[in-house]
Design a protein around this ligand. Structure first.
Ligand SMILES: [Mg+2]
Length: 227
């Protein structure tokens, strides 16, 4: 199926909150496999793709990059268990209404644009009932930055849909500076939402195309998304 527009969603702090369950699950994987406690402490965790994050830990401790799949497997087992025990995880305001509105258009499609490994992304979404909204996405499984992953995703859609799809065909909704930077780098419009960890004034200073404190005013967001 082809669409005119892609609505890219960040996950953590934008679609949902699950605290720092991802960090906990990855720290536990490193503790179990390599007896390294708090592996992510002292490694830059924000604004970085999961692939890069894990490789930074590998480099710091002299672990072979060949162990990546093993780490991912242990991470996802831990994450699913931690998420199921987290009773404060939640979908953020307005999100389900907007996902439904996009889905109903037939001209736009919901897609993921996240730093998470794909397995982690889907586990987080499944834990709050959002997984079925997404068949398209860009994830943190390869070297590079968020905008490289977004470009790869758009290139894949170009092939699948038989026409050139680029940033001008997409809008990004995200809660962090990394999201806004990603949108600017590939010519996407950006909607910043202050439901994550970035302070509202800092988010606004980054000059997103649109800014919301949260997405509960779905009518306003709908107009911006042109759906
Ligand atoms: Mg986020």
């Amino acid at each position: 199926m082809c669409f005119e527009r892609i609505i890219f969603w960040d996950i953590d702090g934008t679609l949902m909150h699950c605290g720092n369950d991802g960090t906990k699950a990855l720290n536990l994987a490193f503790a179990e496999l390599f007896q390294i406690e708090d592996a992510l402490t002292g490694v830059k965790v924000g604004s970085v793709m999961d692939y890069t994050l894990v490789n930074r830990v590998f480099a710091k401790h002299g672990i072979s990059e060949d162990r990546l799949e093993e780490v991912k497997l242990r991470y996802i087992e831990n994450l699913k268990r931690i998420l199921s025990a987290n009773h404060t995880k939640r979908v953020l305001p307005g999100v389900i209404e907007l996902l439904d509105l996009v889905q109903q258009t037939g001209t736009a499609v919901n897609a993921l644009l996240t730093s998470n490994f794909k397995v982690g992304a889907m586990a987080k979404l499944a834990s709050v009932g959002l997984a079925d909204y997404f068949e398209i996405g860009a994830f943190g499984d390869a070297p590079g930055e968020k905008w490289h992953s977004a470009e790869d995703c758009l290139a894949g859609l170009s092939s699948a849909w038989g026409r050139l799809i680029d940033g001008s065909d997409a809008v990004l909704i995200g809660d962090g500076g990394y999201d806004i930077e990603c949108a600017k780098r590939i010519g996407m419009r950006s909607i910043a939402v202050a439901t994550g960890w970035t302070a509202p004034d800092i988010l606004q200073e980054l000059n997103p195309d649109h800014y919301f404190s949260d997405l509960r005013n779905t009518e306003r967001v709908r107009r911006i998304l042109n759906i």
